[in-house]
Design a protein around this ligand. Structure first.
Ligand code: N01
Length: 540
């Protein structure tokens, strides 16, 4: 480090942004605001990222509409009206298109273009980006806004090729309507995507067979029209409303109970669980402060949910199969549903418990388990994503001296603040591993990263600095800290995508930073105020 750089090297653009979802769009807007040129490349045929690809039946956000919006523009908040408590995918996609138009972002976005490689040249301190259209673009900074859940995982893809009917992945859903009317449909997986789509597909298909490997905890969404009073309050108290989210743990205006589950009587506890169950949504996790730290406290909430499953599902054997027992509640992403457990009471829905009767093979007619054949007309894979690192590592990223990010992360991701990787100067990972990211309201976390970077770029320009890189020592200390905090919680107990357990061979590392968005924001601000402690900044 500490090389001299040839700052006069020509660049085509100051910043290349990879991706045009929530992160990429705001990034472009912010760069313009501070007078830095930027260009975004997006693989999809439209803006929207996650919300462009995930069009499966029932796709909806589990963060409430009112919270799942940009906060950088009060005017935008007042202009856009959500219709429901939780936004459905088409509405979020319309919102992101509205943002792209309102802030005139499209002229800097090139769609249907996949970035294939990014390599750093130490002499000129520039990145060279290549795309699948054969373009070569030189820039000073490279910002990866590639998303955390954007590389679909499709186990059994090769094996399923023998199946005669159509196959789908929830994360790569076709843009034209898929009509399952009269069909015998299978869905593999019971994560958030499956739990949202199962009730919808069941209403249409002649028969739906759900292949479940691990049951999940799910809380009713209690969706409905948006609460206009709350919306009005958030408009009238814009600054306070936004500050509440920024100063929270998960980045929303939900209220978390600071009490321990053991500080109250059993009756009071049941009443609180019941109240939150009836209110619906992810705030159930905030019933008591120790649910994510203390196994016994967690078990009380877990048993409450299991009991709800037993009360809802008529067939006791199916209810038992659906009741999660091998991980604490919330240690895998808590699912939020609309009529999920109720759907198993329909005569046209069957649950196959893969722990009892595993899949043996796919056949031309369907799926064979150890118990026999399921003849099918269509198969839906709701099998998730190579989370947090998958999209980044699908690009051939080369830092100083040809260092490959794939090699650097062979034992799992290591970052400083989830923002930079040592050996990869001027490359930034928006909501990267080691930041709150997927454990928070993504919009809040994206905005915080983008704002922090904008301040950094301004600082670098004002001080004629051309290169920034995380030091090894800062990265080691941060990675250790992220793990240490995660190990205080129950999160690492589950075989979740948070730890990469859903991808065979992926190193087991707890990837997000669990201390919450407020603590993390403060830490990033302190680093900046302390002359970008842990980073090395160099002049020409
Ligand atoms: O993916 P998942 P997802 N054979 O990884 C099963 C966000 N999201 O797309 O648990 C059989 O959660 C796997 O089983 P197991 C949200 O953050 C948000 O549903 O590995 N089964 C699991 O049941 C979410 O957490 C929203 O044993 C196999 C399922 O497939 C994240 O995206 C909506 C298998 C995958 O579940 C990912 O959710 C949707 C195999 N070989 C998504 N491989 C909202 O905002 C995997 N499975 C509401």
């Amino acid at each position: 480090m500490g090389h001299n750089h040839d700052v006069d090297a020509e660049v085509d653009v100051d910043v290349v942004v990879v991706g045009a979802g929530f992160a990429g769009l705001y990034r472009l807007h912010k760069m313009r605001e501070i007078g830095i040129t930027a260009r975004a490349f997006e693989q999809g045929g439209g803006v929207g990222g996650t919300w462009y690809w995930n069009r499966y039946p029932g796709a909806r956000c589990d963060v409430e509409s009112i919270d799942y919006t940009y906060s950088f523009s009060e005017e935008l908040q007042r202009e856009w009206r959500w219709t429901e408590r939780y936004p459905a995918q088409p509405e979020i996609l319309r919102y992101l298109n509205f943002v792209a138009d309102k802030f005139d972002l499209r002229r800097d976005i090139q769609l249907e273009t996949r970035v294939e490689s990014a390599s750093f040249d130490d002499v000129t301190a520039t990145w060279t980006i290549t795309t699948d259209r054969g373009e070569v673009v030189r820039c000073r900074f490279c910002v990866m806004a590639t998303g955390c859940l954007s590389a679909p995982k499709r186990p059994g893809l090769d094996e399923a090729a023998v199946f005669d009917g159509p196959t789908y992945h929830t994360g790569l859903w076709p843009h034209e309507d898929v009509d399952f009317t009269g069909m015998r449909v299978a869905i593999i997986g019971t994560g958030s995507s499956a739990i949202q789509s199962i009730p919808q597909i069941a209403k249409q298909a002649a028969h739906l067979t759900v292949f479940q490997r691990t049951p999940n905890f799910s809380i009713p969404a209690r969706n409905g029209p948006i609460d206009r009073d709350r919306e009005r309050w958030s408009d009238e108290h814009f600054a306070e409303f936004r500050s509440l989210a920024r100063q929270s743990g998960f980045g929303s205006s939900n209220v978390f109970n600071p009490q321990s589950a053991f500080a109250v009587t059993a009756e009071e506890r049941e009443a609180e669980f019941e109240r939150r169950w009836q209110t619906g949504g992810i705030a159930f996790l905030g019933s008591y402060m120790d649910l994510l730290f203390n196994e016994e406290a967690n078990e009380l909430a877990a048993e409450f949910v299991r009991q709800k499953i037993r009360e809802t599902v008529h067939d006791p054997e199916v209810a038992e199969s659906l009741a999660p027992r091998n991980h604490p509640l919330g240690s895998k992403r808590l699912c939020i549903d609309i009529d999920y457990f109720e759907t198993y009471n329909r005569p046209n829905v069957t649950l196959v418990d893969l722990t009892k009767t595993p899949i043996v093979e796919f056949t031309a007619q369907g799926i064979r388990t150890s118990a026999g054949d399921h003849d099918l007309d269509a198969i839906v894979f709701a099998t998730g994503f190579d989370a947090m690192t998958g999209a980044l590592l699908s690009i051939d990223i080369r830092g100083r001296d040809g260092l490959s990010l794939r090699d650097e992360w062979i034992d799992g991701p290591r970052t400083y603040l989830g923002l930079m990787v040592s050996g990869f100067p001027n490359l930034f990972t928006i909501t990267g591993p080691g930041s709150p990211s997927v454990l928070s309201n993504m919009v809040i976390s994206i905005e915080q990263h983008v704002d922090w970077l904008a301040a950094l770029f301004t600082h670098m320009r004002d001080n004629e600095l051309v290169c920034i890189e995380a030091t090894d020592a800062a990265q080691d200390a941060w990675t250790a800290h992220v793990n240490e905090i995660a190990n205080l919680t129950l999160f690492p107990c589950a075989n979740s995508w948070y730890v990469g357990a859903n991808i065979p061979g992926k190193p087991r590392i707890f990837m997000p930073y669990v201390a919450g968005v407020a603590v993390y924001r403060q830490r990033c601000d302190d680093v900046a105020a302390n002359d970008y402690e842990g980073f090395e900044l160099t002049r020409a």
